[in-house]
Each structure stands twice: as C-alpha cells, then as structure tokens.
Design a protein around this ligand. Structure first.
Ligand SMILES: Cc1cc2nc3c(=O)[nH]c(=O)nc-3n(C[C@H](O)[C@H](O)[C@H](O)COP(=O)(O)OP(=O)(O)OC[C@H]3O[C@@H](n4cnc5c(N)ncnc54)[C@H](O)[C@@H]3O)c2cc1C
Length: 562
C-alpha cells in the first residue's frame, strides 16, 4: 500500500475485566449480607473466579464457539458405545467447577447459614463464561439436596462424589423427568419399573426419556411407575440410576440422538431409551414427584441466578461497547438515549438480583435449620416467583443488549447471539412461566404462602430511609393490589384466577424485586453513600410494577382466533 492510502477504521470489540471486582451490585450486596469479616474470608476465591470468568474462560468461550458435543453410538467394531464427546470449554469448566467447589461450597457450610449466598455468588460469576455448564451443576446440586434430604446408603455413596472437589472423583447428575407425554404434566410418564428378583430391592426401568440434559453425567434421578401402581403422579416412584457399570458399559440405556436446539448448544441434551436399566428407589415406591421436590427447588434457584448472570454478562459487554463505539460525533456512552436504554436494563438486573439473593438467603437458612416458620413458608412462594420473573427478564435484557451492540450484536463470531439463544431456555426448562404461575397459586392455596411472603417484604421495607420510602410503598401497594385481586377472584371465579395467574405472579415477582432493591438501596445510601441502587429502584418502578386487571377480553377467542 502506498503512503497516501487512507487509514481504515476498525471497531474495538467489547471486553470484560475481572467479573468480581467490576461488579458493584454483587460486592455491595455481599458486604451488606456477609459483613466485612466473612466477606474478607472468601474474597480471594471470588476474585479468582471473577478473573477466570472475564479472562481465560471468556477467551476460551469465544474460541470454542463452533465446537459442539458429538454422539458416538458405535465403536469401529460394531459395538454399541453411546459415548458423548464434550467440547474443550466444557472439559475445562468441569475441572474448575470441581476445584472451586461451585456445588460443594453450598454443603461445606464455611459461612454457616449463609453457605448458599457464598455458593451462588460463585455460580453467578462462573455461569457467564461456561456456555451453560451450570446446567449439569444445577442438577448435581439438586440431586445432592434430594439425596441429603432422603438419606440412606445410596445417598451416602452418591454424595461422596457429587460434593467432591477432586475433578477425577466428582460426579454430575442428570434429572430425567420429561417424557414425550409431557414435561409439565409429568404424571403422564410411561416409564415402568419392574422389581428385580435378586432380593436387592432394585428395579429395572423400561421407557423413553425425551429431554435429558447433561447425558454425560455419571448418575441421574428419574421417575418410573412400579408395576401395579396407579396412573398419575402419585403412582410414580423416584429412582437413582448409575449410568454405566464398573466396566464402563451402559446400564441398559441407549442414547437415541442429541437434540438439535436453538441454544444451549454445548449441553448434550439427549433422547434416551431405558431398556432394563437397573435403578434403586430413593424414597419409597410412590409419590415420586413430591419426593423430587428438593431437586426442583434447588434447580429453580440455579435458574434464577443464571438469569441474573445472563443479564449481567450482556450488560457488561454492552456497557463496554458503549465506551468504544462512536456514532454521530460522540461515544454511545455519551448519548442520552443510549444511556437511558442501558439504565433500564441495569435497573432490571439490580432489582432481580436483590430478590433472587434474598431467596438464596432463605434457602441457606432452611437447610441450616435457622429459618423461622414464616421464612420457610414464604420460600415456597419465592422459588417459583423468582424463577418465572427472572426467566422473562433475562430474555428481554439480553435481547436489548444485542441491539445495544447494533449489527455486531447479530453476528455470530462476536459471541453475542449465543447469549440470547441460551437465555431463551431460562423461561422454559425447570417449569415454564405458566406452569410456575400455577404453582405459585398452589403455594398460596395449599400452604398459605402469600401472607408470609408479604410479611417478609414488609419487614424488609418498613424502616427504609425517607428517600427510599415512596419506592418501598409502591412495591407494597402493587403487591397489595395483586393480593386483593386474587382474594376477590378466588371466591367467585376459578377460571379467571387461572387466566390471571401469570399477571398475578409477575406482578408479585416484580413487586418483590422492587421491595428488596429498595431495602438494599436504603442500606447503600447510609453505608456506602451510593445513590445508584436508589436510581435503579426509581427506574425499575418506571419500567413497570403494576397489576393490570383484564376481565373484558375473551381470551379463547383472541388466542385461538375463533
Ligand atoms: C434445552 C432443554 C433441556 C432440557 N433438559 C431437561 C432435562 O434434563 N430433564 C428433564 O426432565 N427435562 C428437560 N427439559 C424439558 C423441559 O423441562 C420441558 O420442555 C418443560 O418442562 C416443558 O414441558 P413440555 O416441553 O412437555 O411442554 P408442555 O408441557 O407441553 O407445555 C407447552 C406449553 O403449554 C403451557 N402449559 C402447560 N400446562 C399448562 C397449564 N396447565 N396452564 C397453562 N399453560 C400450560 C406451557 O407453559 C407451555 O407454554 C429440557 C428442555 C429443554 C428445552
């Protein structure tokens, strides 16, 4: 090129720094809830993981973009092997997860009843750069919680692996519930369980599991119907399955194919045939869906924290990009409308964060047996509300973040489109938005969870600083409107209660987000002289926290175009 050739422009890409030290929200929250001494005792590990997540793992993630898990059904000699080869990023994530105790920390209880806060801070930092390796970890944690709850020999054997920090010893677990008949209505499951006649008390399972993520796991918890049991959920039993025997042979399991999915492309999600799979009952021979509840509570909490992580990662990239991208004579970070957009996204994250981590605190207290009866009942409603509210927020915020990066946000090798594809599953698996809205109603009707839930919100907000008080009041008012609607409608019109369940649940979820953010904002004003959480709460209220009654629409006519 000659000397006079014009200098071409190349855009600098968005970059990440240490994902712990750069995260004001996480650090300020931990400093409030853990206090100086406890935080200092774990800060080095948080910072290390933050460094890995914004550095080595993030670079690996970009380089690993086009790799996908591969199913090898047969060996060269015609033997069926059903091996799944995972990608280099996942192999690295597997080692880091074990060594950093991303699951084990919740059980080691270094910080007593705040062990779950400690652990989920790690999850939040780890998730963003591991292409959903948190999926097998969530199920591993869920299995550990379920087996710890039920106890017994099988539990002892499995827990030693599930909670190991040695990558060679650590197992992950699958959760095989969904069949072709349904993932929401699991009671329709067709898998049958036939008792073995060797006196061992074990069964052989026959059936098809339609969505089994993390099929590389060493074990799974699954459901089957013992011979002679009735139809429906009650007739299902919860089983423990080891995927391979001591020689590495599959335990009567065939992997039919890996699913071709919109996102979570690194997660090997398979369809399985169980053909004589040896399985041990975990907790009796009936009521399997009820027995697996500890697992669902834990995996739904993971889902909520991973929704936070998706929002946080996409905002971090969009924010950095805003400092680097110049349009119309100034960087995007100096454009009032662009920063207004980013502020709205940040407000969503901060509100969601405060609500979800309050739920995490309660889970830790429940497990450490320090929770009050009111907290225990409130948690029953926290779990579905957190999951359904944040699943929706993650998709919206991540989608906005892609637009913040303009055309680059749509281009695969920037790594940005993956964020949106992976976020989309957060509202589907572990219970869809509607299914969890109905579950929230069940928690209220059967367990009386609404009053304790509102009382917890009230307690968190009743002595906030005067500047924050109107926001706290707005949160309580919106929740109160939703509660009043439910009370009125419950008494008169069951169909309308069901039709309004999602609006009700999202209003309650968003009200709680505003309440817990207000409470945190008040603490930040007093202790950190930081007004940003107050601004986030103010903005979050403008993003909408209200309950819209809608009784005039004929939903069926509109939905089905009748
Ligand atoms: C990537 C991926 C990985 C997965 N991994 C696993 C796994 O490892 N293990 C596992 O067990 N499952 C797994 N699943 C399955 C997942 O949990 C189910 O897809 C999910 O629970 C929904 O079930 P379904 O697909 O049968 O949908 P359906 O139950 O058929 O739901 C379809 C629609 O109907 C709505 N709906 C259902 N019931 C009601 C109702 N009563 N009122 C109003 N609306 C309703 C739902 O909200 C949804 O919008 C995975 C799914 C995906 C996408």
């Amino acid at each position: 090129m000659g000397h006079d050739a014009p200098v071409a422009f190349f855009q600098s890409p968005p970059e990440l720094g240490n994902q712990y030290t750069h995260d004001r929200v996480l650090r300020s929250y931990l400093s409030r809830v853990l206090g100086k001494e406890a935080l200092a005792s774990i800060e080095a590990e948080l910072s290390e993981l933050g460094e890995l997540s914004g550095g080595e793992l993030y670079r690996m993630q970009l380089a690993d973009r086009q790799n996908e898990p591969r199913l090898v059904s047969w060996d060269p000699w015609g033997n069926r092997v059903d091996e799944i080869e995972i990608t280099p990023l996942w192999k690295r994530a597997q080692v880091i997860a074990a060594e950093k105790g991303v699951v084990a920390t919740g059980y080691e209880k270094k910080l007593g009843d705040r062990a779950r806060v400690h652990q989920f801070a790690l999850v939040y930092l780890f998730d963003g750069s591991t292409d959903v390796y948190t999926c097998p970890l969530a199920m591993t944690d869920g299995a550990a919680a379920t087996l710890s709850h039920h106890g017994g020999k099988v539990a002892e054997h499995a827990l030693a692996h599930l909670l190991s920090r040695d990558p060679k010893e650590m197992w992950t677990s699958g959760q095989w519930m969904t069949e072709r008949t349904g993932g929401s209505d699991v009671g329709l499951s067709e898998t049958v369980a036939k008792p073995m006649d060797d006196g061992s008390g074990r069964y052989r399972l026959y059936g098809t599991k339609w969505f089994t993520s993390a099929t590389t796991s060493q074990m799974a918890l699954t459901l089957g119907r013992p011979d002679g049991n009735p139809n429906g959920g009650k007739g299902l039993a919860l089983f423990f399955v080891e995927v391979r025997d001591a020689d590495g042979k599959m335990n009567g399991i065939q992997i039919n194919r890996l699913k071709d999915k919109l996102g979570t492309r690194k997660v090997p999600t398979a369809e399985l045939t169980l053909d004589g799979t040896i399985a041990t009952p975990v907790a009796g021979h009936t009521d399997g869906i009820r027995q697996i509840t500890p697992m669902l509570n834990v995996t739904r909490t993971w889902n909520s924290v991973c929704s936070l992580s998706a929002m946080r990662r996409s905002i971090a990239l969009a924010r950095d990009y805003a400092t680097k991208r110049v349009q119309f004579g100034a960087s995007l970070a100096d454009k009032p409308l662009h920063t207004e957009t980013l502020a709205g996204m940040q407000a969503e994250l901060e509100a969601a964060f405060c609500f979800v981590f309050k739920g995490v605190e309660l889970l830790g207290k429940l497990e450490a047996k320090t929770a009050t009866p009111r907290e225990i009942t409130a948690l029953r409603l926290f779990t579905p509300l957190m999951k359904l509210t944040t699943g929706k927020q993650a998709v919206a915020v991540v989608s906005e973040a892609l637009e913040c990066c303009g055309g680059a946000g749509y281009i695969e090798d920037t790594g940005l489109p993956r964020l949106l594809r992976d976020a989309q599953v957060l509202s589907i698996w572990e219970g869809t938005t509607n299914v969890l809205s109905l579950d929230s109603l069940r928690a209220i009707a059967k367990e009386g969870a609404l009053a304790p839930f509102l009382a917890e919100m009230e307690a968190a907000t009743n002595d906030v600083s005067p500047e924050v008080a109107p926001l706290a009041k707005a949160a309580m008012t919106a929740a109160g409107h939703a509660a009043a609607w439910l009370e009125k409608t419950f008494a008169t019109d069951a169909q309308s209660v069901e039709a309004g369940a999602r609006r009700f649940a999202l209003t309650l979820g968003r009200s709680a987000e505003l309440a817990y953010l207000s409470s945190h904002a008040s603490w930040c004003l007093t202790n950190e002289n930081d007004r940003r959480p107050l601004m986030a709460a103010t903005r979050f209220l403008k993003n909408r926290v209200d309950f819209i009654e809608d009784e005039s629409t004929d939903n069926r006519a509109l939905a089905m175009d009748l």
